[in-house]
Design a protein around this ligand. Structure first.
Ligand SMILES: [Zn+2]
Length: 423
């Protein structure tokens, strides 16, 4: 599906220079005063873009050692039978990750996202939005194409989730900073180097997810993201279980793919095999189509063209009566493991540590929020949101209940994992 994208991304990463050199603003630049979320409550975190910040992260995670605390959490989950032993994939000449002969990617034991198998009941994995909702997300940032997107979202007062690549945060710290300054924008994990995750060993999966959580934590006042998206949708029971039972990350896939990663951009992807009009037509059809299930559309901030396709079709969301929001908004969930949203208090929390049992929403704002019809049914794939009522704001009063639902799902998952993975 995205083999050319792999090449592009790898090519991009080849020029990353991890230093406190000349690519970011000097320390006395006014941008440092703009980022109010940096010093929220997490103590002495290094300033984003600073030399100390840069030096925190491994230059090459393929040679890195998994930090002890992350490995300890993994060992505990593994010993509890929560992380299955299944074979790694290899990417063939067709660009598709393949399991060894005889392994069925659609079996309950493996259930590969690349093969459109939806994991149900074992761990939380989201494919669909609740009826009538669009879960809005953008992949592969932060990049130079991101600011116009973030400016537009801010202008519209629109919440959205940004599935960020760790090395892109490292390379574009002030793009990250500028976008996240809008409290309506939610960061999520899109791995450190954007690999096919089912090709990676358990230790490599730990590094890909853990370091991306770490850089977001360090750059956002100690907040820890609670959603991740596998590059190319490539996950399976093993990878999804590591994400959930080690890092408490819920996997978010999608149910419509714009293919906007293939769009031409003068300075970007040379593999121009579709046009803006193709992407716009797809978006128009989906946004004019049935409300069941709700939409989670794969879109990117990977080129100016991709951003423009979203902006051009954005009015169709409201015109067709969709309720559009970030992933946490759509599922009425906390945006972070240790904080309800971008402006609420932060409970200091290390990577892979057990999150607080409840992350409550902040006090109700002075302005009334607009309630919408509760009881929008969550789809079968979105067990995390089952039974959650909806609101158009993050400031819902049932945040603790939503987290409790996750805990219940985790317990159920633990029980089912034991059953499913024991043979
Ligand atoms: Zn991606």
């Amino acid at each position: 599906m995205a083999r050319a994208g792999t090449l592009f991304l790898l090519a991009s990463f080849g020029v990353i220079v991890v230093s406190a050199g000349n690519w970011h603003h000097p320390r006395d630049h006014p941008v440092y005063d703009l980022f109010k979320r940096q010093n929220a409550s997490a103590g002495a975190l290094p300033a984003i873009g600073s030399a100390q910040w840069n030096s925190t992260y491994p230059e090459d995670i393929s040679n890195a050692t998994v930090p002890d605390a992350w490995m300890a959490a993994y060992t505990t989950a593994k010993a509890a039978g929560l992380i299955p032993n299944i074979s790694l994939t290899t990417v063939g000449a067709d660009g598709v990750p393949a399991y060894p002969a005889g392994d069925d990617p659609n079996s309950a034991e493996i259930c590969s996202g690349t093969y459109q198998c939806r994991i149900n009941g074992t761990t939380t994995e989201i494919w669909d939005a609740p009826d009538g909702h669009v879960g809005l997300g953008f992949d592969d940032g932060p990049l130079p194409y991101s600011p116009p997107l973030c400016d537009f979202l801010k202008q519209q007062g629109q919440t959205a989730t940004h599935f960020y690549i760790g090395t892109n945060i490292l390379q574009n710290p002030f793009v990250f900073q500028g976008c996240m300054e809008d409290p309506l924008q939610t960061p999520a994990v899109h791995t450190w180097t954007h690999p096919y995750m089912t090709t990676k060993t358990d230790e490599q999966v730990l590094l890909e997810l853990g370091w991306t959580m770490q850089i977001i934590h360090d750059s956002l006042g100690g907040r820890l993201p609670r959603f991740w998206r596998p590059p190319y949708g490539d996950t399976d029971t093993r990878v999804t279980a590591i994400a959930y039972y080690v890092y408490h990350l819920t996997t978010v896939v999608w149910n419509q793919d714009t293919n906007d990663w293939m769009l031409e951009d003068p300075t970007d992807n040379p593999d121009n095999v579709i046009t803006n009009q193709t992407v716009i037509t797809n978006l128009t059809n989906w946004l004019s189509g049935p409300k069941t299930p709700g939409l989670i559309i794969l879109e990117h901030e990977l080129s100016s063209s991709a951003v423009q396709c979203f902006i051009q079709t954005y009015p169709l969301h409201a015109q067709n009566g969709w309720i559009t929001g970030s992933i946490p908004d759509t599922f009425d969930q906390a945006a972070f493991l240790n904080s309800w949203n971008a402006t609420s208090p932060v409970t200091p929390l290390d990577i892979a540590a057990t999150p607080p049992s409840s992350v409550g929403p902040p006090a109700a704002p002075a302005a009334a929020t607009t309630a919408v019809a509760a009881g929008a049914s969550a789809s079968s794939g979105a067990s995390v949101a089952a039974g959650a009522s909806k609101s158009t704001s993050n400031n819902s009063s049932n945040g603790a209940g939503s987290i409790a639902a996750i805990s219940t799902a985790a317990l159920l998952g633990a029980a089912l994992c034991t059953l499913v993975f024991s043979y």
